[in-house]
Structures are given as structure tokens and as C-alpha cells.
Design a protein around this ligand. Structure first.
Ligand code: ARG
Length: 571
């Protein structure tokens, strides 16, 4: 039940009557319909200057003519104002149509089957071994997770891939340091931090004793050659890193279908390099093998070093072929910070030059940087915020607020977790992903304004209304009472939710759903404060308002779910 579509249909009919020679389709008209800034100007508006050329008449004339013949299911009336045709929907009808459509399929409003039979691979989070998970990884993790849910919701088969950064000479150094100064217990106990400490020590000691570097390289060579001891230590480092990361993933509710990382492609690069050579794309440059991309305004892509070593992009080339062969993806998304823009441009260009049609389905979903309380993060300056600490702190702060606001709430700890984590996730996904983010506690955890707790609280408010509504549940609702401006706002937001979901998917932009859900919460709160939901003197009207509340609850919950947040029923 899409109001825009219905309206477009009526407009098309009106055009058909006034201008029989015009052949605009419903879909084309739907594309022209706008949402007026003020409800007094109608629920939809058709800017007739877009038709002036085709119909060879002035916009006010067109609007005037159409307004006179316009009628149709769900349309109350139309007004010509300037060059605009303003359309007003029948309100009682509208409420019934939309609310009943939402409630007919709980949890599915806005879903679709456009992706049926199609597969999308999503490369996100993609952490590095022996590095701690800090807040710089939040966006890739949460944007990727949210997109996975959005594509799922639209019928796609989704494959979540954590492309682990588990290859590089640093791992040789780490093993070397571990053998010299480390112990199994320390690493088991200290986790990734213990490995980081070892690595830092390696660099300090190597300044005094450069021979250490050679030892480090020798250990890396042993990993490359498949030496048993080296591999055992390396794999154990991986295990420990993933165990630490898993704690964060569990808090966030994030999962993956594959952890095939860089090292997974060790034996899969040779054929790709061979193909590059056969296709005449590899050229030698100072002993190294590169793909020249000058014609496309890019620096050359280094594929093999002069010693034959492979690079990050070599692995990504192999990964692209592997993913295509394994998953037959229609789309393959890389949720990676914008610092890697060039890397992905090069990657996609090389695949195109190799003649891979399927590379058209690949996309770099880039995003901005996160700073913390007004300051850029810097490992070098020791200004780092670990994600696990941030999330734990968010839960603690949320618990303190709950203790104060609703001390009698059952399972406070669990709700505090949902609210604390939700606040962080919401904050991360609130603005266009390409914008930089400055994380601020007093903004993230505020219960007012555009925040996670505010939207969750509105959902809990709806649940609370519904808990008290039992005596009205079996009464036939009378939707003719749901015609006021506040209700109209709520209804239009419900009705447009599917369109927003679709746009969010087309743009790989979860923030669109975040903002739409926030607007819905705001509109409902306004409605709630200005109208009595339950009125014993008007059971049928109450039943209608309760069903509206239920629809809002359902769609807020779906919106939160799609951005990766939970929706507690009590707060
Ligand atoms: N591990 C990389 C990093 O932290 C991100 C990997 C992204 N995925 C990819 N296929 N290149 O920078």
C-alpha cells in the first residue's frame, strides 16, 4: 500500500483526461511527486513546470486543469497554487489503509523481494591480527552489519566477510619478540594487548640491535614457507585476536559468514598474476611488476615486489576472483574508510581492464573518520579509545541513567546494555557515512534530541500504551478520528518508510533509515502529547489510535533493527 503510487495513478488518469496525447507513465509521475514542506500545502505536490515542455502550456494552466478533474481512490481534493498541483489525501481512509497494511505483516513493512535470486557480498569490519579493536573500526563494522540486514530485508542472499588483515612482515617480528621475551600465559591472559606490547618492545630493542630486524624477517620467511612452529604461533596469534574481537562482536550482535582474510589467498594469487601477464597488463618497473594506470589518472598499482612478494592489492585481486567464483555475487561491497579510495579505484580498474564484466557490481562503500570528544585519535600520541571500553562505558552510563529514571525497571542491566550499545550505534549511523564523526558522550546518551535512547524510548512508550490497551483490542476501530495534522504526519512517515528502505539500499546509506525512524518517533511523540490515545467514551476511536500506536511501534522496531539496534519494551 504505497500512497505515492496511488496518488501517481490518480494524477496519470487526470492527465489522460486533460491531455489525451500525453504518454507519461505512472512511474514517471511518481518520480516527479514531491513532499511539500508544509502539510497545509497537501500531502504530495506535482511541480507542473516539469510538464510544461511536454504539454506546451504554462505550469499554472496545467495545474488548474488537472485540479478540476482530479479524483480517485484515496484522494480528497487537489488545489492549483502557482505552478504546483497540491494533492490532499482522504484522511480517514489513509489511516485505515496504512495502519492495516503495516499490521498485516508485522516486522516486514518496507521489506521487498527485489533481491530474490541475487547475492551480495559485504566485506566489513575486516580487522587486523594482533591489533586492538578501536573506535576507528566502529563504522566499518556497523555500516556493514546494517547493510547486510537491509539487503536481507530486500530478499538478497547476503555473505558477510571479515577480510582479516593476517599477512605481512610484522607477524615475523611479533613471533621473534614472542620467542625472546614472551610467554604463552602472558599472551593468553593479556590477549591482543600482550601482542601489541611485544611488538612495541621489538621496535625499541631493534633500534639498539638492528640484527633483530633480520631475525624478524627470517621468522616471516618461515611463515611463508609453511614452517610448522612458525605457523603454529601465528595461528594462535590469530585465535587470540579473534577471541578478543568476538567479545566486541557479541556485544554489538554482529556476525560473519566468512573469515577468509589476506593469508587465505596465499595460494590463489599466482593464476591471477599469470592472467594479468597474459593480458599484457603487467609491466616491469625497477624490478617490480606493476599495472600502469596512468591513462586513468592513477599511479601504477604494484602487484609484485622485486623479490616476488605480493601486496595488499594482489590479495584483493585474488579475493575478488575467489568471491565471484564461490558466491556468484551480483554485488560486492567493500565497507572501508575513505583513506583507501585509491586502492579500490585501482582494484576495480584492473578488474575492468582484465575484462571482468562482473566487476561492475563492486562498490567501495567509504566513510569518514571518527574522533573522540573533539580530538583526532592517534596511536602515536597514545590517544586511542578501544571499542570494548567505549561500549562498556556506554552500558555503565546507561545503567546510571536508568537507575535514576526508572529504578524499578526489571532486568535493568540488560536494558542498559541495549540502550548503551544502541546509543553508540545510533550515533555512528546518524549522519551521511562520508561525513566525519566526533563522538561525544553527552550527545550520544541524551534521552532528548536525535539520539538512540530517544528513539528507543519512543518505542518503549508505544509498548507501554499497548500494554494498557487490552480492553480496546477487540473493538472495531473507527479511523475517521485519525484525521488530524499530527496523525497525518505519522501516517505519511509510515507510508514512506518502504521508499526510504529502498533508497538506503540503493545508496548503501543506513543513515537514511536512522533519520526516517527518528522522524517517525518525533511525529508520534507529538501526536501522543496532543491526543488522548485511550478514551473510555470513544472505544472505537481509541481502538484506531491504539492500532496506529501499534503500527508505529512495529516500524520503529524494524527501523532500529535495520540499523543494528535493539528495541527494549520497557525503559
Ligand atoms: N584490514 C584492512 C584495514 O584495516 C581493511 C580490509 C578491507 N577489505 C579489503 N578487502 N581490502 O585497513
Amino acid at each position: 500500500m504505497d500512497m505515492k503510487e496511488l496518488t501517481a495513478k490518480s494524477v496519470a488518469e487526470a492527465i489522460g483526461i486533460c491531455y489525451p496525447e500525453c504518454s507519461l507513465t505512472k512511474e514517471e509521475i511518481a518520480g516527479m511527486l514531491e513532499t511539500p514542506p508544509d502539510q497545509k500545502l497537501g500531502d504530495f505536490a506535482l511541480p507542473c513546470f516539469k510538464l510544461a515542455r511536454t504539454l506546451r502550456q504554462g505550469p499554472p494552466v496545467i495545474a488548474g486543469k488537472l485540479s478540476q478533474v482530479l479524483s480517485g481512490e484515496g484522494i480528497d481534493h487537489a488545489e492549483a497554487v502557482g505552478g504546483y498541483l497540491n494533492l490532499f489525501l482522504k484522511r480517514g481512509n489513509l489511516a485505515k489503509e496504512i495502519v492495516e497494511a503495516v499490521l498485516a505483516n508485522p516486522g516486514r513493512w518496507g521489506s521487498s523481494s527485489v533481491g530474490e535470486g541475487k547475492t551480495v557480498c559485504l566485506d566489513y569490519s575486516s580487522i587486523n591480527i594482533a591489533k586492538r579493536f578501536h573506535i576507528g573500526h566502529l563504522s566499518t563494522t556497523m555500516i556493514g552489519h546494517s547493510l547486510k540486514r537491509i539487503y536481507d530485508f530486500n530478499g538478497y542472499t547476503t555473505v558477510g566477510i571479515n577480510h582479516l588483515g593476517d599477512w605481512g612482515t610484522q607477524f615475523g617480528k611479533m613471533i621473534c619478540a614472542y620467542k625472546k621475551w614472551g610467554s604463552r600465559e602472558e599472551v593468553e591472559k593479556g590477549g591482543v594487548q600482550a601482542m601489541v606490547d611485544l611488538y612495541v618492545r621489538f621496535h625499541k630493542e631493534a633500534e639498539a640491535d638492528p640484527a633483530l630486524e633480520d631475525e624478524g624477517r627470517a621468522w616471516f620467511k618461515r611463515i611463508e614457507d609453511g614452517d610448522e612452529e612458525a605457523l603454529a604461533i601465528f595461528n594462535w596469534f590469530k585465535e587470540v585476536t579473534l577471541r578478543d574481537a568476538q567479545r566486541v562482536y557479541d556485544i554489538l550482535g554482529v556476525q560473519f559468514d566468512s573469515y577468509a582474510g589476506e593469508s587465505f589467498y596465499n595460494d590463489k594469487m599466482a593464476p591471477v598474476v599469470e592472467e594479468l601477464r597474459e593480458k599484457g597488463l603487467l609491466v616491469e618497473s625497477q624490478g617490480a611488476q606493476v599495472v600502469d594506470l596512468e591513462a586513468y589518472g592513477m599511479p601504477p598499482a604494484l602487484i609484485l615486489r622485486s623479490d616476488g612478494a605480493t601486496l595488499y592489492i594482489t590479495r584483493d585481486l585474488a579475493a575478488a576472483f575467489y568471491r565471484h567464483a564461490t558466491y556468484h555475487f551480483d554485488k560486492c561491497l567493500y565497507v572501508v574508510a575513505y583513506q583507501q579510495n585509491l586502492h579500490f579505484q585501482q582494484l576495480f580498474k584492473i578488474l575492468e581492464l582484465m575484462g571482468c564484466e562482473w566487476s561492475k557490481g563492486m562498490e567501495h562503500v567509504s566513510f569518514g573518520m571518527v574522533s573522540y570528544e573533539g580530538r583526532a585519535l592517534s596511536t602515536r600520541e597514545g590517544y586511542v579509545v578501544y571499542l570494548e571500553d567505549l561500549l562498556n562505558k556506554a552500558c555503565e552510563k546507561a545503567l546510571a541513567i536508568i537507575e535514576e529514571k526508572s529504578p524499578d525497571l526489571p532486568n535493568k542491566e540488560e536494558v542498559a546494555r541495549q540502550v548503551g550499545v544502541g546509543a553508540v550505534v545510533y550515533f555512528d549511523l546518524h549522519n551521511d557515512r562520508t561525513k566525519d564523526i566526533d563522538f561525544r558522550w553527552e550527545r550520544a546518551l541524551n534521552f532528548d534530541g536525535e539520539t538512540g535512547p530517544y528513539v528507543q524510548y519512543t518505542h518503549a512508550r508505544c509498548c507501554s500504551v499497548l500494554r494498557k490497551a487490552e480492553s480496546f483490542l477487540n473493538i472495531e476501530p473507527d479511523y475517521s478520528v485519525v484525521t488530524d495534522d499530527e496523525a497525518q504526519d505519522v501516517l505519511m512517515l509510515l507510508s514512506r518508510f518502504p521508499e526510504t528502505v529502498r533508497k538506503a539500499m540503493d545508496n548503501n546509506e543506513p543513515s537514511m533509515i536512522n533519520r526516517h525512524t527518528t522522524q517517525l518517533a518525533q511525529a508520534y511523540n507529538k501526536y501522543y502529547f496532543e491526543h488522548r490515545i485511550m478514551d473510555a467514551n470513544d472505544p472505537a476511536g481509541s481502538a484506531a489510535r491504539i492500532r496506529l500506536t501499534d503500527a508505529v511501534r512495529d516500524v520503529i522496531r524494524t527501523g532500529l533493527y535495520l540499523i543494528g539496534m535493539e528495541a527494549p519494551e520497557r525503559m
